[in-house]
Design a protein. Structure first.
Length: 387
């Protein structure tokens, strides 16, 4: 019986085929093939005009959501080139969208997921050396940020963060709690921070810190099992916190389970705020990631009946974990552990890859059952592991 891809990689690792150097890099021959086939899949799914569109979801068929995501993923594998000049054609399409957006005043005009589009586009243009176009999208991101100027109490931890609203999140007077689309969340906040940093607005990143900290199960002196250092998607939200309710603490407050994708996002968001890894909150998050292992499966404790939620963000989790491991690999206390976890994550990714080079989620939540979405995150994860 032939070996599985994971078994093969582990065998190769035992003979030194996976070589570590610098910040725990993977050897080029071991990831080049899977990345090359994934890039070929993305190139084959590109429309003639250069955009990427979904066969699964109507809202992804205009190109504005998937094109910057695909380019962002491709750009992280610079040693490999997608066939047919796919990146260049996609970049030209995104330039046209950007120039049209620059003529409009509304932050979300003619884009379905403005923050999603703006963050990935800003990062793509910044890395391509196009500061002007990166700045166009960074300005959009700033206008989508929760603030006192939009009716939020100035002492609300939400100020400085981002949610999923397609327009500036104006809070109606007397409305509490805010609707889900206005309320910030950790994933959107990290996206906003990445985009601002790319658009030369990094000085304002720390304004999101109060909200980020409100999403961490943390106490300087842990008072209960719930203070485990991990993160959740949003405060006081039993639906959008995918891992569900953990229980009530001694004060009767409902607490939510920490889980993998949120904890990686929280760790990275605090890192963007300038906190070092030995800061108590960063250290607690790093310890949570280390304690719960890595690999591609969503880690943490999950409520029964949340299997679809656990599976729904598996490739998003993979790229977030790859980023977190890249930070931890630079720390002497985590270097060896991070190196081993990077090998395991790469093995898991390659094991899940289809023969045509694509990745595809097993649950429809979060749209990773669309192979373009899953493959973009898979490419980003594998490329970051080799960076």
């Amino acid at each position: 019986m032939g070996q599985s891809r994971r078994e093969f990689l582990r065998t190769v690792a035992g003979f030194g085929g996976l070589i570590l150097c610098g910040a725990a890099k993977l050897a080029l021959p071991e990831y080049a093939g899977p990345l090359r086939t994934a890039l070929a899949f993305l190139a084959a799914r590109q429309s003639r005009d250069g955009a990427w569109r979904s066969d699964h979801y109507g809202v992804f068929r205009e190109g504005d959501a998937l094109t910057p995501l695909a380019l962002w993923a491709m750009q992280d594998a610079p040693a490999l080139t997608a066939p047919g000049g796919a990146f260049t054609r996609g970049l030209r399409w995104l330039e046209g969208l950007t120039d049209a957006q620059a003529q409009r005043e509304e932050a979300g005009a003619e884009t379905h997921y403005p923050l999603f589009t703006a963050s990935y586009a800003a990062q793509v243009f910044a890395k391509a050396g196009d500061r002007r176009r990166a700045g166009v999208w960074a300005a959009r991101i700033e206008r989508l940020r929760v603030s006192g100027a939009l009716g939020w109490p100035v002492d609300d931890p939400a100020c400085g963060a981002w949610g999923d609203s397609p327009f500036p999140p104006q809070l109606p007077q007397g409305v509490h709690p805010p609707p889900d689309m206005l309320a910030p969340n950790l994933s959107a906040t990290l996206l906003g921070m990445r985009g601002l940093a790319a658009g030369d607005r990094g000085a304002k990143l720390a304004e999101a810190r109060p909200f980020i900290e409100s999403c961490q199960n943390f106490a300087a002196q842990p008072a209960s099992e719930f203070d485990d250092g991990g993160f959740l998607f949003a405060p006081d939200d039993s639906v959008r916190n995918k891992a569900g309710v953990a229980g009530r603490d001694s004060g009767g407050r409902v607490r939510f389970n920490s889980y993998g994708s949120a904890t990686c996002d929280g760790f990275l968001a605090l890192h963007f705020c300038g906190l070092p890894v030995d800061h108590p909150r960063m250290a607690a998050a790093a310890a949570w990631i280390q304690r719960h292992g890595a690999g591609l499966g969503q880690s943490g404790r999950w409520m029964p009946g949340r299997a679809d939620g656990r599976e729904s963000l598996v490739f998003y989790y993979g790229q977030a974990l790859a980023d977190a491991l890249a930070v931890l690999a630079r720390e002497p206390n985590f270097h060896a552990w991070a190196a081993a976890q990077r090998r395991l994550l790469a093995s898991d990714l390659i094991e899940r890859q289809r023969e045509d080079g694509a990745w595809e989620g097993r649950a429809p939540n979060s749209c990773e059952d669309d192979p373009v979405v899953a493959t973009a995150f898979g490419v980003r994860a594998l490329a970051r592991l080799a960076a």
